[in-house]
Design a protein around this ligand. Structure first.
Ligand code: ATP
Ligand code: MG
Length: 353
């Protein structure tokens, strides 16, 4: 088993270093994998003239999983589009055909005050949003801006094939099996034919998962229910555009961008794991960034690519203990807790592994 480590730019190297220490600790405890570093994003442009150089491409092709920090920064804004750091990330997604994006939104009880909602509404919140990532209105043809009858008209096409819906539905049902066996599929079938097909195919797929309870919800209602009573959800599956919006909405319920991991998977569970936040150039190199989102992304890697549930839970439990012990990086600090830097937060997690 091989893990490509692409730390990237900004705070990427600092936060990834802490996740690597955690993985190394588990390896010395018997888990078998190799960690191979590579360049992606702005650092790759500086070293090799392009954001996704050939050596990185080979590394990613040979790896079973990729652990990514973040790419980008203001110093790269003037580069031509094909040299922008973000192009490197888009190229990996395309190359690996990562069609399933998994974003947990978990509110750790110790951080309840950080939520935008009242503590009694969000206490114990633990949702997994499964977003389709390679289809929908973002990629559908035809698309464009044209002149018609003397004015400009813009248009995009929402399109999903049955096969695309079925494969994301399988990912969601399987994730639900690893959790509380409840899946809510979100669509807009009352006005969009494309999402009527979505609902039909998800319903057909459910026959293979009689142990998972399936429900359906219209997206406008889902957006409302997420802030009214978010704990009614376990796993949510939806298309690319609705998932884009709902996953950002859900992440705010937990209040802390520095805490949330993500996974992007292909159909054989080869995956890219990264925190949902960006490269945070404003705090790079200051040892204040929160490494927990990246450490929790490594836990998702062990769960989804390597099927090492016990090791994933070990990391997640260590993070819970560290929070219960009062350790906080600056972004989640409150009076009465212990403020620590990036590396010291890594130390605290390691001490609990
Ligand atoms: P991108 O376009 O790459 O998503 P962005 O500019 O939207 O980047 P981030 O880089 O995620 O946003 O930063 C948003 C804010 O959150 C910044 O103020 C940043 O310092 C803060 N932030 C992001 N990640 C962390 C972290 N791990 N720990 C602490 N603060 C963070
Ligand atoms: Mg952003």
């Amino acid at each position: 088993m091989k893990i490509a480590i692409l730390a990237g730019d900004g705070i990427g190297p600092e936060i990834v270093a802490q996740a690597v220490r955690v993985l190394q600790a588990l390896r010395s405890d018997g888990l078998k994998f190799e960690l191979e570093p590579g360049l992606l994003g702005g650092c790759a442009v500086e070293a090799a003239g392009e954001p996704f150089p050939e050596v990185t491409r080979k590394l990613v092709a040979d790896a079973d999983a990729v652990l990514l920090g973040a790419v980008g920064g203001p110093q790269y804004d003037a580069l031509p589009r094909r040299q922008r750091p973000e192009q490197g990330l888009l190229s990996i997604r395309r190359m690996l055909n990562l069609f399933a994006n998994l974003r947990p939104a978990i509110l750790h009880p110790e951080l309840a005050n950080a939520s935008t909602l009242k503590p009694e509404v969000v206490a114990g919140l633990d949702i997994l949003i499964v977003r389709e990532l390679t289809g929908d209105i973002y990629f559908g043809e035809p698309r464009g801006i044209e002149r018609r009858d003397g004015q400009r008209v813009g248009y995009n096409t929402m399109i999903y094939s049955e096969a695309e819906i079925r494969r994301i539905a399988h990912v969601a049902f399987q994730a639900a099996r690893k959790r509380n066996r409840r899946l809510c599929s979100v669509d807009k079938m009352n006005v969009l034919e494309c999402t009527q097909l979505w609902r039909d195919v998800v319903t057909e797929t459910a026959k293979e998962y009689p142990d998972v309870e399936l429900s359906h919800m219209l997206v406008d209602n889902a957006a409302m229910q997420l802030v009214r009573n978010p704990r009614q959800f376990d796993v949510v599956v939806t298309g690319n555009m609705f998932g884009d919006i709902l996953s950002d909405e859900a992440s705010m319920l937990t209040g802390s961008i520095g805490m949330l991991p993500s996974a992007s998977l292909d159909d054989r569970s080869k995956g890219l794991y990264e925190p949902i936040h960006g490269s945070a150039p404003d705090i790079a190199g200051k040892d204040v960034a929160n490494p927990l989102a990246t450490i929790l992304s490594a836990a998702m890697m062990l769960r989804y690519t390597f099927d090492e549930e016990a090791a994933a839970v070990r990391i997640e439990s260590a993070v819970k203990k560290v929070l219960a012990g009062g350790y906080r990086t600056r972004d989640i600090y409150e009076p009465g807790t212990k403020k620590v830097g990036t590396a010291a937060m890594g130390d605290a997690v390691l001490a609990n592994i």
